[in-house]
Design a protein around this ligand. Structure first.
Ligand code: ARG
Length: 281
């Protein structure tokens, strides 16, 4: 027995496979969420540098990172989480809400179709991939959580359940600042989450509380810092540098926060998780 086996609360990391896309063409030239201000200057070179630290951080933590080739004219392509939702090697494709991002779906599809380990399922319903879908392999036998209200259509939740053969729990988002599930709720490990209750309808808050009685609770300030837009491997929680208050809460809960500065990408309305799709083989 190792020392860790003796500590029941020790958090164990699990190696992951991720998909990212450099913000080489990142600008804010249209506004499709309340964070985007087309008059605010964006430093694309700085965005690339910050993104590369994030990519290297994931590699240094022992994870595999695949990258998509960024395309001119698709400034939000850096938010790779929106391109699909992969569970057990099945990749349920994205269909973007707004025309400005529609062409990103083909780049993600081409990635999945070029790799033997993934079976691609084309969507008919509007959904923005892991922006609105999350997966917990050990909660209730393996369930997906799915957001609706701003981007993803509820009909896509049923389509995902059919594609993936997993229960999909629909959660209603009610605050436009938290327009995707992944800025309101995050998966910390294979069975637990953290979330900001105020982002959800009262009924959905009850659903979440019933399913996850031990969830870590974020407050409004945490959510506004995009603290919940994090990526955890079960122990190491990569989170943006604005979110120190929430990082302390994670430390208290036994996780290990790793801070990265993604200030430039916040101008697009995203942070750590938005940049990273998890590919679950
Ligand atoms: N500007 C992008 C949009 O509004 C940001 C997407 C952020 N991605 C995410 N997974 N929440 O679509």
């Amino acid at each position: 027995m190792t020392e860790r086996d003796l500590i029941p609360t020790a958090r164990r990391p699990r190696p992951r496979t991720y998909l990212m896309c450099a913000p080489e063409h990142f600008v804010v030239e249209y506004a499709i969420n309340p964070w985007m201000d087309t008059t605010a200057p964006v430093d694309t070179d700085l965005a690339v540098k910050q993104w590369d630290v994030l990519r290297q951080t994931m590699v240094d933590l022992g994870h595999t990172v695949h990258v998509l080739t960024p395309q001119a004219g698709l400034p939000d392509m850096v938010f790779a989480a929106n391109g699909g939702f992969v569970v057990d090697g099945v990749a349920y494709g994205a269909k973007f809400r707004y025309p400005q991002r529609a062409d990103e779906a083909a780049a993600h599809r081409a990635f999945y179709e070029s790799r033997a380990e993934y079976a691609f399922v084309a969507p008919t319903q509007i959904n923005e991939g892991e922006g609105d879908f999350a997966y917990l392999p050990d909660a209730h036998g393996g369930i997906a959580l799915a957001g609706y209200g701003f981007r993803t259509e509820p009909a896509a939740h049923a389509e995902a359940a059919e594609a993936l053969g997993r229960p999909v729990i629909s959660l209603k988002l009610v605050d436009p600042r938290f327009y995707h599930l992944d800025v309101a709720l995050t998966v910390l490990d294979d069975e637990n989450i953290a979330y900001y209750p105020g982002a959800f309808s009262e009924a959905s808050q009850k659903v979440i509380a019933q399913l996850f009685p031990n969830a870590v609770i974020a407050d409004e300030a945490d959510a506004l810092a995009f603290a919940l837009n994090l990526v955890s491997d079960g122990r190491n929680v990569v989170i943006n540098t604005e979110s120190t208050a929430f990082a302390d809460k994670l430390t208290a809960a036994g996780y290990h926060p790793v801070l990265v500065d993604l200030a430039e990408l916040k101008k697009g309305g995203g942070s750590v998780k938005c940049c990273i799709a998890e590919l679950r083989d």
